[in-house]
Design a protein around this ligand. Sequence first.
Ligand SMILES: *Cc1c(COP(=O)(O)O)cnc(C)c1O
Length: 347
Amino acid sequence: MIVDLRSDTVTRPTEAMRQAMIMAEVGDDVYGEDPSVIALERRVAELLGHQAGLFCATGSLANLLGVRLLVEPGQEVVCDVEAHIARAEMGAHGALGGLTMRTFPSDRGRIDVAEVAKIISPSAGPYLVSTAAVAVENTHNFGGGTVQSLDQLQAVSELCRDHGLGLHLDGARLWNAHVATGTPLIDYGRLCDTVSVCFSKGLGAPVGSVLVADADRIERARVLRKRLGAGWRQAGVLAAAALHALDHHVDRLADDHAAARTFAEAVAENVPEAVDPDAVETNIVIIDTGDRPAGPIAAAAAAQGVRVSVLGARMLRAVTHLDVDAASCAAAGKIIGTLLAVPTSAP
Ligand SMILES: *Cc1c(COP(=O)(O)O)cnc(C)c1O
């Protein structure tokens, strides 16, 4: 038995998705002539209440472009200390976008408008870096699949508008937030100037993200994307996978959320201090390994067919997805829980 819970990116396209890819109508997307890409961009823009969309190879690229549209070189974006854009995008925003970043603290990634208000520095004059945008993440990856409160997002959106700041939403897993809360996607979308969403996570497509914004901004993003060497041609074969995922893989995210909880309960049965199943909001479970280093626990689990990510010295992450079911998640949780329950050193 192999249960791969390292990430929801490990899914392989289903037979039906592969069929949709084979049948996709395609054209040259750099010429703006790929009907499947155009259909996907329009559909996602509409879902999020924006004018236009841009299909990108990765979420990192969609975030890079989304933030760059709001922040000029030499200005700053502010985000929380665990943000994917700050930690997991290889410094792209600074290295390629020419901007700086400051971070504010958060509780498991949960955004608090008071912290944002404290840190922003709009129109800072000739001595300090001016804040041009705020970036938020929903659900929050390193926070453990945390869903942002709509009230806080609304408050942050108002704060940004009051101060003339842009607001970018890293919505790689916005689908999960939508399914977990029932909040319509458009209610999230209309609070923000730019939004990125991923198809290669819980939605199970092999590749792809879409950035949405107003039409002028997306036109600029198209130029910036090409400048980065990331224009692509018959990308419709990939857009078809994303369209298929929108039709078939959104509602079922509820199964992933239930499986994550099942996994957490199985871990907690042996080691209640390692994880609180009630804190599992979506498809990500963060496990606190206590006084045990996380690396050897992950290695021992892998030897028994359970793969999880090491996220910190004492922190493991498990992510449920399309290719694992509740029963295997329960079995995996039991294996992790049993490993954690073994005393550190034999008497
Ligand atoms: C996965 C992820 C991304 C994008 O990652 P890519 O690997 O570049 O597609 C962006 N933000 C968050 C929160 C993510 O989890």
